[in-house]
Write a protein that binds this ligand. Sequence first.
Ligand code: DP6
Length: 330
Amino acid sequence: MKATATANANIALAKYWGQRDIALTLPANSSISMTLDGLSTKTTVEFSGGLKQDSLKIDGHAASREEIARTSGFLDIVRKMHGTQIFARVESENNFPKSAGLASSASGFAALALAATRALGMELDAIELSKLARRGSGSASRSVFGGFVEWKKGSREDGSDCYATPIAPKEHWPELKMIVAVLTKKEKAVSSEKGMQLTMSTSPLYNAWLGSADSDLEAAREAILEKDFNGLGKTAEMNCLKMHSTMLTTEPHLIYWEPETIGLMKGIMGLREDGVECYFTIDAGPQVKVLCLEKDAKRIVKYLSFLPGVKETRVCGTGEGARIAKQGLF
Ligand code: DP6
């Protein structure tokens, strides 16, 4: 009745922004990501007949009411699949700040999906696990797999064709790195789910976003398969700015950036003008991630450390998918 799993965060290179079904977490567009080796969540789940409710600890602290509600809602789906009603004790540890735009919901729900199903003795295949993780957080569907991953939006109403699949293993492009620059450890004010709903209903640019999502997806996939660094970087950076353009034009405006975020964007553009190959990408938070090749990573990290507001940098390669861990958290 107890299992522990670890999953890595992933960063999208062609991003998901908008849902065609909120309850089932079905995206309005397909996306492609890179699973990162440096950012992970470990989660232990124990179901036990004696418990009166689910409990949740994150990074050693009792979780907030919202976090418990979201986790319990997800565990309800697992309980329904299994046909049980017993509650669980859940403990989770991130090796990076949660909810700050570093994809903790992706690694968190991928690890929870695997740990919870195994704790109940269920052996889901990777596709079923991806569909289940998706119900907790859309991007978690991608963290089930390692390497480069595509999450297809699917077209069925019940979501049965909406899951992620790997497009290239982590060994495919070892020279490719993502430098994560942490600017603030504050949690974000507006969750991605809420932000997406606001964007879809109010941004005049949302249709334009959807209109170019497929061509960005194709371009990102092709660049990954051909290991075309500049092709991938250009596509990812432009795709990120298109997504943020829909956020900025949402009512009320969704400005996930801090002043330092813009400083880093300009810094990366300047570095590129000086001949260093690097591109930025940013999710629903202030942190900046820089796509680069291993040969330039040290120089870029050094440069970033001189920019205002940079608290920490981490150089990540492509990581593995969700897996069972031997050592539990309790
Ligand atoms: C901007 O599926 O991670 O990172 O679970 O509410 O955090 P929450 O939503 P999530 O949204 C991800 C949005 C994004 C782009 C992406 O990862 O594709």
